[in-house]
Design a binder for this molecule. Structure first.
Ligand SMILES: CC(C)(COP(=O)(O)OP(=O)(O)OC[C@H]1O[C@@H](n2cnc3c(N)ncnc32)[C@H](O)[C@@H]1OP(=O)(O)O)[C@@H](O)C(=O)NCCC(=O)NCCS
Length: 186
């Protein structure tokens, strides 16, 4: 379980700050989460109104903070001080494993920003959460996301058929993971 002082939860990369999200971020989140093109390959549907964003904060983001079962960072672009996306690690504590998920506003795609954020999240997972495995999957059609996972140092482990059912259909996904050698904890 994650029980770290607040100051350890904020991460910095050359262009980004990864930090906890609060109610004051709702408008920025809604700006990218309400774009159907951005959510075409996510498990969740686009936000129809700001109430969907409040639900997301209450039931997903703050639930992670409350339970200590991982971390969900808001991704802030340093230059504009704008919250432009999010990146999360969901823990399965008994197996010292986490699953990563992420989303970025469309106007920020293709600049290497999510690779920058996911590398920071992975480093946090290994060095601060003492994980042995961080995994992530993307639907086969999501070529950009697969590329982020490859560039973040994850290895492709295979295709899981009909792994998720969302948006009225089932999807095959590509599973990626990065692992730490077990014996570093001996
Ligand atoms: C997937 C996503 C996070 C990528 O973020 P990003 O900041 O654009 O990613 P990066 O710039 O770090 O890397 C993207 C890579 O994918 C490549 N790429 C993107 N779309 C592609 C496509 N349709 N075909 C081939 N390559 C593609 C880019 O060229 C880049 O690779 P390169 O650096 O080798 O050129 C972003 O597009 C997004 O938020 N999408 C919507 C939400 C989503 O799909 N989340 C993931 C759910 S699993």
């Amino acid at each position: 379980m994650l029980d770290l002082p607040e100051q350890f939860l904020t991460l910095q990369t050359p262009r980004l700050i990864l930090r906890k999200m609060g109610l004051e971020d709702a408008e920025d989140i809604f700006a990218y989460a309400s774009d159907p093109q951005t959510t075409a390959y996510t498990l969740w549907d686009y936000h129809r109104s700001i109430d969907d964003t409040y639900d997301y904060l209450h039931n997903f983001v703050w639930e992670i903070y409350r339970s200590g079962k991982g971390m969900c960072w808001g991704i802030v672009e340093k230059e504009s001080n704008q919250l432009i996306g999010s990146c999360s690690l969901h823990l399965t504590p008994s197996h010292r494993r986490a699953e990563m998920g992420y989303v970025l506003g469309r106007e920020y795609w293709g600049q290497g920003l999510m690779t920058e954020a996911s590398k920071a999240a992975i480093a946090f997972g290994f060095h601060m959460m003492f994980l042995l495995r961080i995994q992530a999957f993307c639907v086969v059609e999501n070529v950009g996301s697969a590329r982020v996972l490859e560039k973040s140092g994850m290895l492709f482990e295979g295709i899981l058929h009909n792994y998720v059912f969302t948006k009225n259909r089932s999807w095959d996904v590509k599973m990626y993971a990065v692992t730490q050698p077990q014996n570093i904890f001996l």
